[in-house]
Design a binder for this molecule. Structure first.
Ligand code: IDP
Ligand code: MG
Length: 139
């Protein structure tokens, strides 16, 4: 299990607002190396599968329709302690509760449209990275 890797998506709101560059700059400046990256769009079905762990939560339908509403940037990132350090960099799920200097405080609009995804465990980082990328797409 690759404990030094995490998985992220720049979500549709942030792509639409032209924040891809700003967010990648913050990611690079925080010391993450890009292992894999693609600009793509989730179908509703794919978004439903990706977020299957949240199926029972009241916002699942909203989340799936939002995440399939426009293109996203998916990436695997590498750094020592990647999962935890990336969660610190992105900040709280609700941007009004996120610390100053975090990606969500800087770029997120709302608790739903919160600019970026970050894996919550090494196991999920592996599963989520595998959802998007083959072995040949990682460098
Ligand atoms: P996380 O992205 O900070 O790990 P999770 O609890 O895993 O937060 O929720 C996954 C995603 O679901 C969030 O990033 C956000 O887009 C959406 N979400 C979470 N809570 C709410 C809510 O109360 N209303 C609407 N969307 C939500
Ligand atoms: Mg989560």
């Amino acid at each position: 299990m690759a404990t030094n890797r995490t998985f992220t998506m720049i979500k549709p709101d942030a792509v639409e607002n032209n924040y891809i560059g700003g967010i990648l700059k913050m990611i690079n400046e925080a010391g993450f190396r890009i292992v894999a990256m693609k600009y793509t769009k989730l179908s509703a079905e794919a978004a439903g599968t990706f977020y299957e762990v949240h199926k029972e939560r009241p916002f699942y339908g909203e989340l799936v329709s939002y995440m399939s509403s426009g293109p996203i940037v998916a990436a695997i990132l590498e750094k020592e302690n990647a999962v935890a350090d990336f969660r610190t960099l992105i900040g709280a799920t609700d941007p009004t509760k996120a610390d100053e200097g975090t990606i969500r405080k800087t770029y997120a609009k709302s608790i739903a449209a919160n600019a970026v995804h970050g894996s919550d465990s090494d196991e999920n980082a592996q599963i989520e990275g595998d959802f998007y990328f083959s072995k040949l797409e990682r460098y």
